[in-house]
Design a binder for this molecule. Sequence first.
Ligand code: UDP
Length: 309
Amino acid sequence: MRYLVSGGAGFIGSSLVRTLLNEGHEIFILDNLITGKYSNIENIKGEKRVEFKEHDITEPFDPGEIDGIYHLASIGSVYHYQTNPIQTLRVGSLGTESMLKLAQEKGCRIVFTSSSEIYGSPRVHPQKEDYWGYVNPVGIRSVYDESKRYAESLLMAYHRKYNVDIGIARIFNTYGPYMDPEDRRVVPNFITQALKGKPLTIYGDGSQTRSFCYVDDTVRALMKLMESDYCEPVNIGNPYELTIKEFADIIADLIGVPRKYEYKELPENDPLRRKPDISRAKQVLNWEPEIPLKEGLQRTIEWFRKKLQ
Ligand code: UDP
C-alpha cells in the first residue's frame, strides 16, 4: 500500500512511518516542520519507499496515487499550540479539509488523529466516546480543543454528505522515543530534568491525573483503525490512570535520583482528571495497550539519555 502521512516527521507520525515501512508499505510524508523534526526521519533518508515533502497542508497538494491517508499533522504540545494559536486552528480546520478533499478525490480511507482534549476538563469519568465534553471555547487551550472538535465535525460531514471513508482516533496522552525533549510536555520535562539532576517541575499540587500510552501501542491502534471500516470516534489510550505526583515519583525512581520537586502554578484550564474508557477500541479494533508504563518509560528514558549525550 502507499500511504500519505501528514505530520509524518512528528513524534507519533515518525513512529507510524517506521512501522509502516517495516510492514513493507510505501509512504509519502507531508510535514511543514513547525513542530515535526527532520531528524526524526533522517534515519530513513535514502529509503526508496519513502518520499518527504516539506509542505503546509492548509495549501492543496497532490501526492499521486495513494491507498490511504493518515492525517496526524497538528501542533500537539500545550506550549507550542499556545505559541502558534492561529496555525493550530488552521491546520485543524483548513488542513483537515484539504486532507478530506484528497481522500474524496482518491477514493481512499482517511484516519484522523483527534484528541482526548475534545473532552476538555471532563465532568464524566472515565471518558467514553458518547460523552460530549466540557470545553471552554475561548480559553487558552481552545485553539487546540476546538480545532480537533471542528475537524471531527468536518470528517463526519464529509462522511455523511459524500460517503468519504473516515476513521477518528481520539488519542490520549502518548509517550515514547522521538518526543521532542524541548516541547515542555510532562514526559520530556520530567525525564530531562531528572537526567540533568534538576528538580522535577510539578504544576499545581500534582493531584491532577493522566493516563499514558506507549507510542508503539498507539501506532498499532492507528493501523488497525485504517484496516477497519469503522467511522465513529474511537478512544486510543492506556486506561492506567495516575496522578502527576505519582508519575514524577516513578520517573525519579527509574532514573535513580532523589524525589526532588519544584511546585509551580497549575496552568489555566488544565484538565484535572483524564482516563480513557477503551471498551470500544477493544470491541471494534480488538486492540488494547500491551506495554506496561514502567517498561515504556525505561525505553523512553534510554532514548532521551542517548539524545542528550
Ligand atoms: N505538567 C507538570 N509539569 C511539567 C509539565 C506538565 O506537572 O513540567 C502537568 C500539566 O500541568 C498537566 C500534565 O502534567 O496536568 C500533562 O501535561 P502535558 O503538557 O504533558 O499534556 P496535557 O495532557 O496537559 O495536554
